[in-house]
Design a protein around this ligand. Structure first.
Ligand code: SF4
Length: 127
C-alpha cells in the first residue's frame, strides 16, 4: 500500500515536472521567458508621420486673445481667396507686411494676414 502511494506520488511529481518544463518551453517560444534571444531579428515599424503642420506662414495666432481669433471666423477669413479678383492685397483694409516678412495685417482683423487671403469685409482698394 505504501509502495502504491509512493508510486502515485512519484507519478504526480513526474507529471508536475513535465508540465513545468512544458510551460517554460511554451513561454520561451512565445517570448514570455525572462531571457531574450540575442539573434532574433528586430522588426522596425515606420513611425507614424507627425501631423502635417500648416503650410500657411500666417497661421500663428498664439498672440491673439480668443475674441481676436474669433473675429477671423466671424468675418469668414480664409488664407486663400476663392473670390475672383478679390484678396487681401487689393483690399483697402490690408496692411502690407514689414520688409522681409510674408504676412501682412488688417485694420479690422488682428493677427497675421496672408496676402492671398480674403474675408467678407473686403473693400476694394482705393487709388
Ligand atoms: S478686411 Fe478681410 S479682405 Fe480685407 S485685408 Fe482684412 S482680412 Fe483681408
Amino acid at each position: 500500500m505504501e509502495n502504491l502511494t509512493r508510486k502515485a506520488f512519484l507519478q504526480k511529481l513526474a507529471l508536475l515536472g513535465v508540465t513545468g518544463v512544458g510551460a517554460t518551453s511554451l513561454l520561451t517560444s512565445c517570448g514570455g521567458g525572462d531571457s531574450k534571444p540575442a539573434s532574433q531579428p528586430q522588426t522596425s515599424m515606420p513611425k507614424p508621420a507627425a501631423p502635417a503642420a500648416s503650410n500657411d506662414p500666417c497661421s500663428d495666432l498664439s498672440g491673439l486673445t480668443e475674441a481676436e481669433a474669433g473675429m477671423r471666423t466671424t468675418f469668414k477669413y480664409v488664407t486663400h481667396s476663392t473670390e475672383e479678383g478679390k484678396n487681401c492685397t487689393n483690399c483697402q483694409l490690408y496692411v502690407v507686411p514689414e520688409e522681409g516678412k510674408s504676412c501682412g495685417g488688417c485694420t479690422i482683423i488682428k493677427g497675421p494676414i496672408n496676402p492671398e487671403g480674403y474675408c467678407m469685409q473686403w473693400i476694394a482698394k482705393q487709388g
